[in-house]
Design a protein around this ligand. Sequence first.
Ligand code: NSS
Length: 433
Amino acid sequence: MDRPVPIAEIIEGRHSGRTVTVRGWVHRKRIVGGKAFILVRQEGEVLQCVYDKAEVGQRVWEEAEKVTLESSVVVRGTVREDPRAPGGYELRGEDLEIVGLSADFPIKGGESIEYLLDHRHLWLRSRRLTWVMKVKHSVMQAARRYFIDNGWWEVTPPILTGSAVEGGATLFELKYFGSKAYLSQSAQLYLEVLIYPLEKVWAVTPSFRAEKSRTRRHLAEYWHLEAEAAWMDMWDMMRIVEELVKHVLERVLEERRRELENLGRSLEPLKRAVEERFPAIRYDEAIEILQKKGVEIEWGDDMGADEERELTKEFETPFFVTHFPKQIKAFYMKLDPEDSRLALGFDLLAPEGYGEIVGGSQREDDYDTLLSRILEEGLDPEDYDWYLDLRKYGTVPHSGFGLGLERLVMWIAGLDHIRDATPMPRYRGRIKP
Ligand code: NSS
């Protein structure tokens, strides 16, 4: 067999007039007037292959008649430009080999979301989900590139942990050789350990949250991109977040423009986010804005998805909210030296109703203050003795953040539910496939 050609290359016009071999799956099929129109799918792209009964041999025609949706096939033919074909090119079919004849495919269109989720292992072949996975790939590669180019070290923190980072309510507990352990909610505390040897570190790890309710933006398992650096204050870290997000957007607009357009995503908000500075408002101001809009919220309340959605209507780019009341934030955040009711934490919210995609802060670097915060939150200092040690042996001002990759992909791809930003979503009530 000749080297099989990717369909993407064909619709880029790189094989016009040539005889090529293509491997893929039958996406649609129709036989009319002695012609078989077989749409072959490969990596989210489709190519129309036309077999003419009068021109192909009997064996090939019989295969064309027999082949079913989602069968894997090897097709061969000549590439012709044709504005009526999807992608602007078609294959004048000469040969067709069925590799794996498909049984009646259970997804035919029009099924309910629950049915589709039960068939996720097959639903993932849809072009739409394929495009989203490609967008995620580019997001991850671009983020990695940003860190490499700027001198950050990539590290591999553990997923099995002995202590909570983001509060006990969302911990997944498990048996660990006869004692208790948890699935990681965040690698932050370990990244803090690693800034002493490496100064600027980052990692992508699975994070787990036993979220009680199902929402459009919470998963029980998600991919968490986190960074931590010595010598940086909150503002330094916000600048890193802004640069990183802009870099990712630039790369994705370059590499995945077609997928975004196919997904029906308007590119304008993404381009604006590359060009304009991300504004920053304080929590106080956010509350004022919301109250003026008639939202029922008091100083000291946490902002949920609804409040965030209202707030995003005031902005056309991602924006930061900073200086939260300490009681709604985690124990590790440094308190504002100018107002000890506040924590030096920041969130980055995506516009267009999406809301929080990043949470970060400057960390408490004073031993006594951190210990009293641990006690205040009702945590056991013994679980955190190693974490407290970091403040005892050469403490240093430092900051970090965590970005939910699915949250970012959800916004970039314009999805209305986070489940489609990950291939096999996990949330309450769903573990299969
Ligand atoms: O809880 S966070 O706001 N912050 C942390 O975990 C810090 N310890 C991170 C750090 O500073 N290293 O979560 C960070 C981000 C948040 O902004 C969301 O984008 C995402 O993680 N996140 C989630 N994504 C999907 N599903 C769920 N349940 C979820 N929870 C947080």
